[in-house]
Write a protein that binds this ligand. Structure first.
Ligand code: SF4
Ligand code: SF4
Length: 392
């Protein structure tokens, strides 16, 4: 490439870009970044001090993205941090690259809300707990989105990760969710420990654009207390039942594997809990509080065993929470996990006969006689499916 800056590039010049640099905007406690992928993140575009100074506008954010793009393409000598060697870089023509808008792509963490880290739990795997860095909101994230909205550059249909910290403790939790909905910004993944119940959130869950991801990490109260540093297991179970009862089809329960919950007792208690909750996805993730640690072999084997049993008893609901993480150690983990699962299936093939079917009240049940006509009609598909399963 002969260009010396972005201004010299022609539309058909081959360049290296990244969808997160083009469209991402992540609100972190230290400022704004293009992405956050576990242990790997882009350099900071705008610092929290710059935001607090009130001098950050639309043009500055776009300019900083262009500078990062130049750095990735060797057009300046900036430190591109996590972007160096990231698996999410791709080759394209310069004419297809656009830094003017944000959102519009349903990619993990294209928007990632983590402008605070305060939480009512103390998980052993939480990097903020490890660093003793649990802080309140550092700035108003909606004002940042407004910079793009006012220019007509806040695109619809992105994917928003809203975590922290514990989002339900934020004073403007409802307001933030409502902003996302009103502006049709896309699907919102709320990562909450579910220890604090929110009726507004429960109502929004029914709408279908919002999901709840809760790390349960075990089905045992004692392990929960040990791993999560808070004796909140009973509250969490109660609230999860209420959220399940909202009728959402986006209840995702997660298992973060640490050295404290890699036991068979934890795994089987969790599987029984999943058979009761019937989450729409079971997300499996290794513990990654420190970017410099390798993923232990025991964790890979446990993840594979958990995945295998979830698939065996619940169906195809297991999901690799880290699939988009471009850090080479996660690329290796994805490969090793797939191979371990393949070996388990080869040894003991999974049969449909071990999948638990939805429970249906028997016709003689007294509750059935009290059911309204609408309730009875609602049960017909499940009854037909149960009867057919007896024949085939
Ligand atoms: S770290 Fe990877 S995904 Fe993030 S902005 Fe850089 S190249 Fe893109
Ligand atoms: S619930 Fe989340 S934010 Fe809170 S301590 Fe655990 S990992 Fe950290």
């Amino acid at each position: 490439m002969t260009a010396k800056s972005i201004k010299d590039l022609k539309p058909n010049d081959k360049v290296i870009s990244c969808k997160w640099v083009e469209r991402g905007l992540c609100e972190q406690i230290w400022g704004l970044t293009c992405c956050v992928h576990g242990t790997l993140t882009s350099p900071t575009l705008v610092t929290v001090d710059e935001i607090k100074s009130g001098k950050v506008d639309y043009d500055l954010i776009v300019k900083r993205k262009q500078e990062l793009f130049e750095g990735i393409n060797g057009l300046n000598d900036m430190d591109i941090g996590g972007c160096k060697g990231c698996a999410n870089l791709y080759e394209t023509e310069f004419g297809k690259v656009d830094f003017d808008s944000i959102g519009g792509l349903a990619l993990p963490c294209i928007f990632d809300i983590q402008h605070y880290t305060a939480c009512n739990e103390r998980c052993t795997y939480c990097c903020y707990v490890k660093r003793n860095q649990l802080v309140p909101p550092q700035y108003d994230i909606l004002k940042i989105f407004d910079l793009f909205k006012e220019k007509g550059k806040l695109l619809k249909g992105a994917h928003i990760d809203f975590s922290g910290g514990e989002p339900s403790i934020l004073k403007d939790f409802d307001k933030i969710l409502t902003y996302f909905m009103d502006n049709e910004m896309g699907d919102v993944a709320v990562y909450s420990n579910a220890s604090i119940y929110s009726q507004t959130f429960c109502d929004l869950l029914k709408g279908g654009n919002i999901s709840l991801t809760t790390s349960l990490d075990t089905g045992l109260k004692s392990t929960y207390k040990k791993v999560r540093g808070a004796d909140l297991f009973e509250q969490v179970i109660e609230n999860l039942i209420k959220y399940r009862n909202s009728g959402t089809d986006k209840l995702f329960l997660k298992y973060v594997i640490t050295e404290d919950n890699r036991t068979d007792d934890d795994m089987w208690s969790f599987i029984f809990a999943m058979l009761a909750f019937r989450p729409n996805l079971v997300m499996i993730s290794p513990d990654f509080p420190y970017g410099d640690l390798e993923i232990p072999e025991e964790t890979v084997k446990f993840a594979a065993k958990l995945w295998y049993n979830i698939e065996k008893y619940l169906g195809n609901v297991a999901h690799d929470f880290t699939w988009a993480m471009g850090d080479p150690k996660f690329v290796k983990y994805h490969k090793d996990l797939a191979e371990e699962i393949r070996l388990l299936k080869e040894k003991n093939p999974i049969c449909e006969c071990t999948r638990l079917k939805p429970y249906v009240y028997p016709v003689c049940c007294p509750q059935q006689t009290k059911a309204t006509l609408a309730q009875k009609l609602k049960r017909i598909p499940a009854i037909i499916s149960l009867k057919l399963s007896e024949w085939f």
